[in-house]
Write a protein that binds this ligand. Structure first.
Ligand code: PXG
Length: 452
C-alpha cells in the first residue's frame, strides 16, 4: 500500500491504540509514519531522512537493511517457520543459538531459557528465582529488591519490578513481594556527595533494606547495569562492586537486566563485563536480533541451573519461546557481530569518538551535564548552568528539544529534561559528527525558545 501521510494518519487514528501514548494528543497531531530504514537512517512517509539516534528502541544495533539477517529469516521461514520447545522437543536454531549464547556470555553461563521479549524475561526470572529458593527448601525467600526509576518491561511482573511511578499507579502495582530502593542517579539526587560516596551510599540502601526485611526473606536483587529508559543513569564506579559484595555476603541472587546493555552497547559484549558484575541471571532481548524479530533469552548461571534441572518440572513457557525464525536471525546477528568485530570496534574506536564529540555539548549554556558509556549517552537540560536549576515543568524543555530534533532530522529521546541517545553500533565517525551537529542545533533552538 502506498498512501500519502494524511491518509496513513487518518487510518492510524481510526483503529490503532499505541503503547505509552496519550491518544487525545496523538489524534490531534497525527502519527509520524516511518516507512523505511537504511543503515543508521529512517525514511518517513514524506521521504525525509532521519538519523536514528535511538537505534529504534535501543535495539537496531547492526543498523537497518542487513542482508545477512534478512536472508536468515527467509531461509528459516522456508525450512521450519514454527515449532515449539515444549513436550521434550527442540529444533536446530534454538539448539545452535543456546550454544552460541553460552559462548559469548561470561564464563559460568551455560544454560538459556528462551522467551519472546525483555518483559517475558523478567516474568520468567521472577518465577525462576522463587522456584530456585523453593527447590533449596527456602520458599520463604520471596522478595525481590529493585530500584525506583528502573525499567524492566510492561507485563505485570515487568512493570512491578520496574520502578516507574506512573506505571504503578495504573493497575494497582507493584504486585506483592517486590520492593524498591533509590537509584544511583548522581546528577539528580547526589545531594552534594562525591560520585564515589554517593555510589556506596546508594548501594548500602540494599543492605539496609535486606536487614529491614530479614535477609532470609529476600530472594534477589535486580538491576540494569546502566538504567536506560530511566534516563541513561550510569552508576558511579563504586556502586556495582558494593552491590555485588552485599549480594554475596547475604547469599541473595543477582539479576542483571541486560536488555539494553547487552550485545555491545556499553563497549563490551555485556554490561556485566563493563562493570565487573557477576550475576546469577542475565536477561537478554533487543540487540540479540538487532530488533529485526522479537526474541528474549534468560541466561541462567551454572549454580542456579544445577538446582533448577534437579527441581522437577518448571511450569513455565511461551508459545513463542525460542521461535525458530527469531533464533535463526539471532544466530546470523551474533555471527555478523563477530565477523565485523563490532564490539572491538565500539570499544576501541567509535565509542571513544562518540563520547568525545558528545562531551563538547557540555559547553552549551542550557546543558548542565553530559555523560556516557560506550554507545549510550545523556545530557541534562538546565535553566541555570551554574546552580544546575531545571526549567519549570511547564516549559517542557525536554519535549521541546525532542521536537526540534525531529524537525532537524534526528531521533533523540527525552526523559523529562534528560536527552538521551543510543545509536546503532555500526554508526560511522561522519554520522556521529552529523548526530552531534543536529543535537547542537536543536539544543540551541531550545535555548532560544526557552531563555527569553
Ligand atoms: N528491561 C529493560 C532494561 C528494558 O529496557 C525491557 C526490559 C522490556 O523489554 P520488552 O521487549 O518487553 O519491551 C526493556 C524495554 C523507552 C523504552 O522508552 C524502553 C524499553 C521499551 C520501550 C520503551 O526507552 N525497554
Amino acid at each position: 500500500m502506498d498512501l500519502d501521510t494524511r491518509e496513513w494518519q487518518r487510518r492510524d487514528a481510526s483503529h490503532h491504540l499505541h503503547p505509552f501514548t496519550d491518544h487525545q494528543q496523538l489524534r490531534d497531531k497525527g502519527a509520524r509514519i516511518i516507512t523505511r530504514g537504511e543503515g543508521v537512517y529512517l525514511i518517513d512517509s514524506e521521504g525525509r531522512r532521519i538519523l536514528d539516534g535511538m537505534a529504534g528502541l535501543w535495539c537496531v544495533n547492526m543498523g537497518y537493511g542487513r542482508e545477512e539477517l534478512i536472508a536468515a529469516a527467509e531461509r528459516q521461514m522456508r525450512e521450519l517457520p514454527y515449532y515449539n520447545l515444549f513436550f521434550q522437543t527442540a529444533h536446530p536454531p534454538a539448539i545452535e543459538l543456546a550454544g552460541l549464547l553460552a559462548e559469548v556470555t561470561p564464563p559460568g553461563f551455560n544454560q538459556v531459557f528462551f522467551t519472546g521479549s525483555g518483559s517475558e524475561c523478567n516474568d520468567t526470572v521472577l518465577r525462576m528465582v522463587r522456584h530456585y529458593w523453593a527447590c533449596q527448601g527456602k520458599p520463604e525467600r520471596q522478595v525481590i529488591i529493585s530500584r525506583r526509576n528502573a525499567y524492566h518491561g510492561s507485563t505485570v511482573a515487568g512493570a512491578s519490578l520496574g520502578g516507574m511511578r506512573g506505571m504503578h499507579e495504573q493497575g494497582s502495582l507493584p504486585i506483592p513481594g517486590i520492593v524498591h530502593i533509590d537509584q544511583p542517579y548522581h546528577f539528580g539526587e547526589g545531594q552534594g556527595m562525591s560520585p564515589h560516596e554517593f555510589g556506596v551510599a546508594r548501594a548500602r540502601q540494599l543492605e539496609q533494606k535486606l536487614l529491614e526485611l530479614g535477609p532470609d526473606k529476600v530472594a534477589a536483587f535486580i538491576g540494569e547495569p546502566i538504567q536506560g529508559a530511566g534516563g541513561v543513569i550510569i552508576p558511579p564506579e563504586s556502586y556495582w562492586p558494593e552491590v555485588q559484595r552485599i549480594c554475596d555476603h547475604y547469599g541473595i541472587l543477582l539479576i542483571a537486566d541486560e536488555v539494553i546493555c547487552g550485545f555491545g552497547r556499553t563497549g563490551s559484549w555485556f554490561g556485566c563485563d563493563t562493570f565487573g558484575i557477576r550475576p546469577d541471571f542475565m536477561c537478554l532481548a533487543k540487540g540479540i536480533t538487532s530488533g529485526y524479530v522479537p526474541l528474549g533469552a534468560v541466561m541462567v548461571s551454572d549454580r542456579v541451573a544445577g538446582v533448577i534441572e534437579r527441581g522437577g518440572e518448571f511450569a513455565h513457557g511461551f508459545t513463542y519461546s525460542g521461535h525458530p525464525v527469531s533464533c535463526a536471525v539471532a544466530i546470523a546477528n551474533i555471527r555478523l557481530m563477530q565477523k565485523e568485530s563490532i564490539v572491538k570496534r565500539v570499544h576501541d574506536r567509535i565509542a571513544p569518538y562518540l563520547q568525545r564529540r558528545w562531551a563538547e555539548l557540555s559547553a552549551l549554556p542550557i546543558v548542565g551535564e553530559t555523560r556516557g558509556k560506550g554507545m549510550v549517552a545523556a545530557l541534562e537540560i538546565v535553566q541555570d548552568k551554574h546552580s544546575k536549576t531545571r526549567f519549570p515543568a511547564t516549559a517542557h524543555a525536554g519535549l521541546t528539544c525532542r521536537e526540534f530534533c525531529f524537525d532537524n532530522g534526528l531521533v533523540m529521546r527525552a526523559v523529562g529534561d534528560t536527552m538521551i541517545i543510543s545509536p546503532p553500533l555500526v554508526i560511522t565517525e561522519t554520522e556521529v559528527d552529523n548526530l552531534v551537529d543536529l543535537a547542537r542545533r536543536s539544543l540551541e533552538l531550545t535555548a532560544e525558545r526557552l531563555l527569553v
